[in-house]
Design a protein around this ligand. Sequence first.
Ligand code: GLU
Ligand code: ZN
Length: 499
Amino acid sequence: MTPTPARVRFAPSPTGYFHIGGARTALFNWLYARHTGGKFILRIEDTDRKRFHSDALQDHLQGLRWLGLQWDEGPEVGGDYGPYFQSQRLHFYQEWADWLIEQGAAYRCYCTTDELNEMRDRQRATKQKVGYDRRCRWLSPAERAAREAAGKSWVVRLAVPLEGEVTFHDAIRGDITYANAQLQDAVLIKSDRWPTYHLANVIDDKMMKITHIMRGDEWLSSVPLHWHLYQAFGWRPPVWAHLPVILNPSGKGKVSKRAIQTPSGATIPVFVHEYQKMGYLSPAVVNFLTGIGWALDGETEIYDRETAIAAFDIHNIQASPGAFPTDKLEWMNGMYIRQMSTEALLSALVPFLSEQLGVEAETLGHDPRLRLLAPAIRERIKTLRDAAPLIDFIWAEDVPIPTAKDLVPRKTTPEQTRVILAAIIERLQHLCEWSEPTIETALRALVGELGVKAGQLFNPIRVAVTGKDVTPPLFVTLAAVGQDVTVQRLQRALAVLTG
Ligand code: GLU
Ligand code: ZN
């Protein structure tokens, strides 16, 4: 059965950077749009002028593109239902608010901040429920006219039914009921004539023909109010589907706006661009995020987006909260790195190495030594950032001169090591072809001839040539370092032992 094409939206407010939880919301919407052959719409809910953050928009656009979640309608791409910035749609909200007032479903409230504060103080003092007491809802036409004539400023409030209850259906959570008495006469238009989230969100979902609203669980409590708005407008609401919250790796507490708390008490970043900077691959992040609140089959962890698109459905999203297992993300990223072609790995590594080693990207891109080493470290890195410390000796001006202690392996005497090093130099110096297999053949033969253990011969070479005791596999490392430099560094080490 082919599903009806859905129109879904991701509706961030540009009040902060693109959060990894927001990315999960965007991803689920995108998956559902692709699954149904529908449209993924990006709408910018920029009506909160006080919290507006000028870099936030670009950060969201860049992050969505990095994740490969291209929107079909929205900023920079347009579409038939624009504008896609709420700040450019103010006239719609004002017109609809006026219409609601005419219908008697909303009203102007003229209360000043002082009056509202006073009201709250009194409610607290007399242990009453704190909230707007609806005094302006009951004003007579004459009282209203007087306030208008006096030029009093106003907000528009929704006249919520005082009794009864509202029951709505959520595709993930099932039926949910709220008592109307719990609701406030929420503000729809603020005194500066800008709409609140509630009004703008409902109007735009209607005007943009949104069929399914998939968003974070924290918006669930806004639904009763939205339900009344749909009712007042005489519109049929879209399907609601509130996604489960994302918990810290320990399963304790929600991931916050600023950080993820690891069980050890450390914190991990939450912004999408930080994951990019830490050296995660976008397909790995996407794969990982699909697993928070959804599962392919409960077994397969690694799958591509086509597989996820085919299987994704709102009805198999879990209602229970999902944790953010950071070690799984690392593992997954490592798996994705292993699957990369050498070309893809090289181009992914270059910007990181360039930044970390201070070598120009252009130069690195053409460096045959990197081409040799990249496949050799593929299995040893979990993020793109892990590569530099493994291979930095290639581009270092020099490596530290080893001490005798560094050079002499366990159960070997300095004199034995000296003899071994001299033999290695002799052999490598005269090697006609300098390549991984020829180096390997020469050194393995030498191990046999000298009757030593492989480690007694390989370890001093590693330390002498790279200044490290952990490196990519030895033969390819030497091939990359080059014959002259290798021999020269071995001679220097020999001098240390002879010294
Ligand atoms: N602008 C809201 C946010 O920042 C959108 C909530 C919704 O999707 O309705 O998350
Ligand atoms: Zn009032």
